[in-house]
Design a protein around this ligand. Structure first.
Ligand code: BGC
Ligand code: CA
Length: 299
């Protein structure tokens, strides 16, 4: 018998569902459909789904400790966004001069900084002078974004160990999730090592850390979510009825439910006929528990 029980499928049919986050204050799961330009908020107890239409593609976001805005990485850069009023305040667009890149994965770290990385969406990506460029990982504090890593094709998998001593990050096409020594006080990345390599035919997409310090990763193309020990050993596997899971979080009143976003982009008619639930959100009961999501601290 599987240790996972499918509780719900939320039939949203996202093109590219991403950035699944649980808000324990309101009892809601939040996620974005990047290409659909929609933000979703799902109130678990009464099964109410609210959808916010966006003026541009939202790729990653985090909750703010002091108010109800979200700190966001839209395709073009960082902004605060207020669901409900739709107010959008741009902070900084570090790749404004580039053609062919966009923001992708992101998360608030345990000290309240927001991190997000870019990806090459249309290769070759170029700068204003026509030189080829790659993606980067940025750390946002205040209205300043600092570049922390470069030479990236697709930023994914950002998360931090419970003690914040380790940061995890993947450049998805490499197939490897890397683990970095992390200086929580300064927010700097130190020595890096390969943490895990995912099987051929899949790419490491979104990750989250559970209460035991284990890392859960969505294997894009592999149709599964895998739980890894802090040493990188496979501890559990959850097979999904769709091939492209993208991001995940623990939620529910006891933080023991696993919410998984998925994507239907790049699937042709034949593939979609085989996995008609592609793009939906899946909710499983697990014997594991997550950690509350960290919130962004305004300066
Ligand atoms: C990106 C997709 C990409 C996928 C697999 C996602 O995070 O948004 O564009 O295809 O990762 O690498
Ligand atoms: Ca992702």
């Amino acid at each position: 018998m599987s240790e996972f029980t499918l509780l719900e499928v939320i039939p949203v049919g996202n093109i590219l569902g991403e950035c699944m986050l649980w808000d324990e204050v309101t009892g809601c799961a939040w996620w974005t459909d990047i290409h659909g330009q929609r933000l979703h908020r799902y109130h678990l107890a009464d099964k109410q789904l609210q959808v916010f239409e966006l003026p541009t593609r939202l790729c990653a976001f985090g909750f703010i400790a002091q108010d109800e805005r979200l700190v966001c990485a839209f395709a073009e850069g960082f902004a605060y966004y207020t669901p409900g009023t739709g107010e959008l305040d741009w902070l900084t667009q570090p790749e404004a001069g580039f053609t062919g890149t966009r923001f992708n994965d992101g998360r608030v770290d345990r000290q309240g900084r927001f991190w997000s990385g870019t990806m090459v969406e249309n290769a070759p990506a170029t700068d204003a002078a026509g030189n080829t460029v790659t993606g980067s990982l940025y750390c946002l504090t205040g209205d300043q974004a600092q570049k922390r890593l470069g030479e990236i094709r697709i930023s994914n998998s950002l998360c931090w160990s419970p003690d914040a001593a380790t940061a995890y990050f993947a450049d998805s096409p490499t197939g490897v999730i890397r683990a970095f020594d992390f200086d929580a006080a300064s927010g700097s990345l130190g020595n890096a090592r390969d943490f895990v390599r995912v099987p051929d035919g899949s790419a490491p997409d979104g990750s989250v850390i559970d209460s035991g310090g284990c890392l859960w990763n969505a294997h894009w193309g592999g149709g599964r979510v895998v739980r890894y020990s802090p040493q990188g050993d496979v501890l559990a596997e959850l097979a999904l009825p769709v091939t492209q899971p993208t991001c995940l979080c623990f939620g529910g009143p006891d933080l023991d439910l696993l919410f998984v976003t998925t994507a239907k982009e790049n699937l042709d008619d034949a593939a979609l006929a085989q996995q008609p639930e592609a793009g939906h959100v899946f909710v499983y009961r697990t014997p594991f528990k997550g950690l509350p999501e960290s919130r962004y601290r305004l300066a």
